[in-house]
Design a protein around this ligand. Sequence first.
Ligand SMILES: [Ca+2]
Ligand SMILES: [Ca+2]
Ligand SMILES: [Ca+2]
Length: 153
Amino acid sequence: MVNGRYRNTVSTFAATVVLGFAGDALAESNTSPAGSEAELAAHAVIINPLFDELDCESLGYVQPGEVDEHAGPIFSSFDIDRSFGISRAEWYGGAISKENSLVALSFEMADANSDTSLNYLEFTTYLKRAVSTLDSNGDGELSPAELRAYLPG
Ligand SMILES: [Ca+2]
Ligand SMILES: [Ca+2]
Ligand SMILES: [Ca+2]
């Protein structure tokens, strides 16, 4: 009994240390779930022109899971040269926005391996992250009002 309790204490301590390191890593890469004001605006600039396509059932909101259902055609519409990767220029062209610094920020956030190209996994991971981050009331659905709240201008 005493030994068991001791082992539990040790494993809890180990988990705390691991979580602590993970927290530091997240802070350094600036990927906090809430996101900075600029990050939220960048997400909104990217998601706004895609909202209707992501909400293909016209339910009036977008769930992160819908990204997987609809990302194929959206990825193809960005990937003009059919290289199976979205270049920075292709990302800028697909994002219907004058907010170029925000589009640039969104590309940096999406390009997880920093090879200046977005593969399909990076693309879908980013869109899901953007949708769930913009869901400010955390009910699992991104509403038009939540999206508008973060759009610049
Ligand atoms: Ca391409
Ligand atoms: Ca990449
Ligand atoms: Ca919501």
